[in-house]
Design a protein around this ligand. Sequence first.
Ligand code: NAD
Length: 478
Amino acid sequence: AKEKSAIFIIFGGSGDLAHRKLYPSLFRLYKSGFLKDHFAVIGTARRPWSDDYFRETVVTSLKDYFDDSEEVMTEFAKHFFYQSHDVNDSEHYIALKNLASKLDDQFEAGHNRVYYMAIAPRFFGTVAEHINSEGLKASGYNRLVIEKPFGRDLDSACELNGNISKAFPENDIYRIDHYLGKEMIQDIPNIRKNNPKLEQALNNKYVSNIQITLAESLGVEDRGGYYETAGVLRDMVQNHIMQIIGAVASDEPESEDADVIHKNKTELFSSLKELSPEEVDQAFVRGQYDTDNLGDLKAYRQEDNVAEDSNIETFVAGKIEFDTDRWRNVPFYVRSGKRMPKKSSRIDIVLNDQVKELGIRPNSVVTLLIERENGHSILINGVNYKEAGQDFIKFPEEAEFDKAREAYESLIIDILSGNRVHFTLWDELRSTWKYIDTIRQRWDSQTPEFPNYLSGSMGPDASEMLLERDGNSWVWDD
Ligand code: NAD
């Protein structure tokens, strides 16, 4: 691997995301040589920690994921430094700036900076503005990485975007949607390119419907406080599900240029068929989990930090349509929920009977598994594509998947390489928030009958009916 050089400044360096995702990913990049001698990581948070103590916390986290020798981890941790920091205090940004330039000299890091917002979203704007006004930017590149959620509706997203774009040009903003870091999602363009029959079938002449399921078996666990402010519509549909649709349904780009790829995705999202408030009732279903059929598990309303009368949804199913020549009248059925029978993330492309013109067996279903299941990544009619007896899909050797990179590892390589393909642009967010806001507002104006599905079930019955009305049914039915 070609070594990269940069100083990382991680805001929220003592937090959960930093310890569970960022430090392990940086360590993998270190082991694979992307990061070697010319980098340093400054962790910031409020608490007054010493560098040594910070390094200990980093090594302790790494031990949960790796069995490398302590020596290697300690060597890696020598690149870590700590600066206590309050987001509103200008003095602290000056201290950060001085530390960053000192480390830049010490590690010969090429005057490049990655500013990573692993901090509560309400601070994203403030921190970005201070980085700019306090002159932290160095003479190399200055890239701002923003975690989710990017706003909680269109207005707040606009406001946040206004704040960060005063401080950073759009080209330097990397908005994370970690689904875009997942191997299967990144492979979709290649799958489409290398399978001309499939690509030929991806339109309303040959597709009956497309289904996207992001199912979890867990409940909210210890994140009830956060979840009460979000709900699955905001947490999964506006971002991850929409971006997955973007990967499957955007026009094939004429080049691999980030701008061209994003242009096609932006065009798709801007053609989302808007719903009227009444249409929301027909097109979207919400649910909240109850206990399981034995009464053992906690209902959502019994979880810690959740209101006893909470109307937050933990399940959503919906029908999304696009007003384009390619996709008009093809339903994109989407679904995500907690406490479903098992964890599964999949895209089911249901073809119609016209596909026999293309030499594909009528009504075939192509499934792309976003997380491999039982060692499989692509299924045709429920069996591994290699054994399906139809050869319209070829896929690079599965062995490559065994070396699959963690989503965050792959996204950090992109950030260091200046590759914006796998990040979300503002125009895409604007369209998707606008669409989601209509649903949210309709729901907020009505009182749901919650809880309405048992833990361990496929969600409320209305989710099945949503498809039955169109003469369809969910492919993944446990
Ligand atoms: P966390 O609460 O574990 O960590 C927050 C960090 O911010 C801590 O290091 C804390 O010291 C610091 N902080 C808080 N107030 C501060 C202040 N006034 N000044 C300076 N520092 C302050 O949160 P987290 O779970 O790590 O999440 C961080 C960000 O990542 C959030 O935006 C979250 O939405 C996003 N995110 C987290 C996850 C995850 O799995 N944890 C997943 C996706 C996105």
